[in-house]
Design a protein around this ligand. Structure first.
Ligand SMILES: [Zn+2]
Length: 247
């Protein structure tokens, strides 16, 4: 709810009432100096039905700023329940957490089971039979779990031979300094990052130029009118709207 209120305050949309039929009012909504194309919002003040040609709600389940603007100017203080889908509510998050294994929230479960296994392993370390039992149990559990959720990769693979821990394969002789070589990946990464920064710079400049030229050509095209994304019908066709000509 907080986010919504903030959004309402921050939204700088303007609207024109362009038609009324029965209880339904049709508005064109846009942000001045930002939007080239206006959206069409239909609002029924009887049952608070609202729809917008940007389709944010019908496709994403999120009420758009255009609709919020219209609700706002009609002094609808709280958003109608039908526009707050269950999947966005706090309740759903709570339900999901509780659904986890044995009624223990998943974070707590990870810690508990981790401690149990650690206890088992630590208790077994000085007894070869116990160690064997641990390894068997591990393989067994791994197989069963992978059957459920697919393969799991363990980073530190088999480095033990007959229960004796070996030196890592790349250990250096005593006295030699740990000089890290710059890896090919790191070099490539730095190179790519440089290119990315440069391309970002180019992109920004190009975008600004294209935007202003589009803005110019659109404004010369529409004259005293503007372009509207109409609601309903063929979605992608823009409609030229001239307030002076409208009936
Ligand atoms: Zn919208």
């Amino acid at each position: 709810m907080f986010a919504v209120l903030k959004f309402l305050k921050g939204s700088s949309c303007h609207q024109d009432l362009v038609g009324v039929s029965g209880e339904v009012m049709k508005y064109h909504v846009w942000r001045p100096d930002v939007d080239l194309i206006r959206h069409e919002v239909c609002f029924s003040f009887k049952d608070l039905d609202i729809s917008c040609s940007c389709r944010l709600f019908s496709e994403m389940g999120i009420l758009c700023s255009h609709s919020l603007r219209i609700l706002n100017i009609h002094c609808v203080a709280t958003i109608p329940d039908k526009y707050i889908l269950k999947r966005w509510t706090k309740r759903v998050v709570e339900d999901r957490t509780v659904e986890n294994v044995c009624g223990v929230a998943s974070g707590g479960w990870v810690i508990q089971i981790g401690r149990k296994f650690q206890r088992l392993v630590l208790s077994s370390q000085d007894n070869s039979k116990a160690r064997e039992a641990c390894e068997d149990a591990f393989q067994n559990a791994k197989m069963k779990i992978e059957a459920e959720i697919g393969p799991i990769f363990f980073e530190d693979g088999e480095q033990t031979t007959d229960g004796v821990i070996q030196n890592p394969s790349r250990s250096r002789p005593k006295g030699e300094r740990n000089k890290r070589l710059i890896s090919t990946i790191e070099k490539k990464y730095k190179y790519a990052r440089g290119r990315k920064n440069y391309s970002k710079y180019v992109e920004l400049n190009t975008k600004a130029a294209v935007q202003s030229s589009v803005r110019e050509s659109v404004s010369s095209m529409v004259g005293s009118g503007y372009l509207v994304h109409p609601s309903g019908g063929s979605s992608s066709k823009l409609v030229h709207f001239n307030p002076n000509e409208s009936t």
